[in-house]
Design a protein around this ligand. Structure first.
Ligand code: NCD
Length: 553
């Protein structure tokens, strides 16, 4: 019998739309789910401002045994303290791991650390880390742990900022504040993102978060050294956002004043701080100059549209604030209310993930799933081949290895057609290693009649591949054809498309050295990739976009 760590009545997670779910990236809550959260937050905020205790109590988890843990491996004031204050509101068992003196310093893994904390009956973890993708990874790892120990119900991992990747709860409170200032109208937003768009995870979460609005215009205001990574800009464009880029606030304001320019400057400005602690020496030397490009000059107030509001996830630098303190007492100040909204949002989020509220939610559940369409086509019949072993008239197409025709075996053709020869050659080596196709035969790059290069691999005597192996092959050489040769003729033929997911292969690597799956980080786990709409492969943990060939070691 399986040992039970602690007895708890079995909870069917499916019975509640939010209980036990993880928030690793903003899209883990879909648009409808977020709108639900904002509606409930509005309710809670109003009840709080009115002092309506009954309504407040209807949100409270109120369970001294319900454990929530904060694990912060990077500094924080707002995020950590607002979660702590939210936990106090709920009257929970609240704990904080002292990461500076924990066994992380003895090279303990994330998986082991959290397995222990779960063992003390904790149900929710709020985690801030330098490594990216930690919450997704732990949510998956915990499922195995839960099976080992017969744990009922899900454990929630809430990402409180992971490296340069995402900061989904900041995104929730930002969206809530924008809606508050747009009279709860989600049809359209025009937002300027000003500051360090390269390192800032709060603005990276906006790439998907702003999809909450039906029409989006984003003005990116930053010097080139701090500009939004290209893949994020492309992702915004792919979603239909209008994206414009400016090198400094001065350039932006000048642009807005050109009479021929119909699109004026945004009314909502979102500032982010230059993240000096993440910058290299080269950029740091120019810190003053870069800061100047993204610091607002109070003399420019006249150049702003009326009703302009400034936001900032904070902190702001006490000596070099990019929003000068002289603006605190002006109507531009949206950042203080924004910060207070963080507390309301987090109280409601905890209530939802604990299953205290959310029963009445009726919309679609969870992130949009990418379905695996059929990426292996059996074209044996289409090609006019007979799949029967006792065929008497062999098919026309024959493969020969040099001068000798192959009688039995495997031929993989059209490998990486039209790619440069050196790329094909190196990928042939990957193919052999991943599929274990060492041994007799040959592989080379040949030029087809159309002048395009392609890779070919012959394995005479190979007994053929089972269905699993053919599917795995599609992950390695999409676009190729697989021929099983019997008695000198093609007996089975498959055309390989592009799988939606590539995973569970030791040869895979995520190229982001801050990813939890990167070998340098020692967590001993493999990455998993999901095909994007534009044909790239995105790491399921840190969201780094890869070309197909990059995901292979
Ligand atoms: C931000 C963060 O840590 O990502 N702060 C926050 O959570 N409110 C922004 C920052 O550090 O600049």
């Amino acid at each position: 019998m399986t040992e039970t760590l602690y007895a708890r009545p079995p909870v069917a997670i499916e019975a509640h739309p939010f209980r036990g779910r993880t928030l690793a990236v903003i899209n883990d809550l879909n648009r409808e789910e977020r709108l639900y959260l904002y509606r409930r937050t509005r309710e809670l905020k109003q009840a709080h401002l009115r002092g309506d205790r009954r309504t407040l109590d209807s949100f409270r988890i109120d369970d001294p045994d319900f454990g929530i843990y904060e694990v912060f491996l990077e500094d924080s004031t707002r995020t950590r303290e607002s979660f702590k204050n939210a936990a106090h509101f709920h009257r929970l068992k609240f704990s904080e791991l002292n990461t500076a003196s924990s066994s992380f310093n003895k090279s303990e893994s994330y998986a082991d650390t959290f397995a222990n904390l779960i063992g003390y009956d904790n149900r929710m973890f709020v985690i801030r880390s330098k490594l990216e993708g930690v919450c997704r990874y732990l949510a998956e790892k915990t499922q195995q742990y839960g099976r080992r120990h017969n744990l009922a119900g899900g454990i929630s991992f809430i990402n409180a900022g992971d490296g340069r990747h995402e900061h989904p709860t900041q995104e929730l409170l930002d969206e809530f504040t924008f809606l508050e200032d747009l009279d709860w109208d989600d049809r359209e937003i025009h937002l300027a993102l000003v500051g360090d768009l390269y390192h800032g995870r709060t603005v990276h979460s906006k790439v998907h978060g702003l999809g909450l609005f039906h029409k989006v215009t984003v003005d990116l205001v930053s010097p080139p050294e701090l500009s939004m990574p290209r893949s994020y800009v492309e992702e915004m464009q792919l979603q239909g956002f209008t994206v414009r880029e400016f090198g400094s606030i001065e350039q932006y304001l000048r642009h807005g004043q050109r009479p021929e320019d119909s699109t004026e400057i945004a009314r909502l400005w979102y500032f982010t701080r230059p993240q000096l602690e993440r910058m290299g020496e080269r950029v740091l030397r120019r810190a003053a100059e870069l800061r100047a490009a993204i610091t607002f000059d109070p003399a420019d107030i006249e150049r702003l549209a009326r009703d302009t509001i400034f936001y900032h996830p904070l902190p702001r630098h006490r000596e070099h604030p990019t929003i000068p303190v002289s603006l605190d007492d002006t109507p531009l100040n949206g950042w203080e209310r924004q910060s207070a909204n963080g507390w309301y949002i987090r109280m409601v989020l905890l209530a939802m993930l604990a299953g205290r509220i959310g029963d009445d939610y009726r919309g679609p559940l969870g992130p949009q799933q990418v379905e695996d369409e059929d990426f292996v086509r059996d074209v044996t019949n289409e090609a006019g081949l007979r799949g029967s072993a006792d065929q008497t008239s062999p098919q026309e197409q024959r493969y020969s290895e040099g001068i000798r025709p192959i009688r039995d075996g495997l031929v993989i053709d059209h490998i990486f057609t039209a790619a440069p020869p050196e790329k094909i050659r190196s990928h042939l080596a990957t193919l052999i290693s991943v599929m274990g196709l060492h041994g007799r035969g040959g592989e080379w790059v040949s030029t087809g009649s159309n002048g395009h290069c392609k890779g070919l691999l012959f394995r005479p005597g190979h007994p053929g591949l089972d269905e699993y192996a053919v599917r795995k092959l599609a992950a390695v050489v999409p676009g190729a054809t697989v021929n099983v040769i019997r008695d000198g003729a093609v007996y089975r033929k498959f055309r390989l498309g592009h799988p939606q997911h590539i995973e569970k292969l030791p040869e895979l690597i995520c190229r982001n050295d801050a990813c939890i799956t990167h070998p340098d980080n020692g967590e001993q786990t493999l990455p998993r990739f999901i095909r994007s709409r534009d044909g790239h492969y995105v790491c399921a943990y840190c969201s780094r976009k890869h070309e197909f060939t990059e995901v292979w070691r």
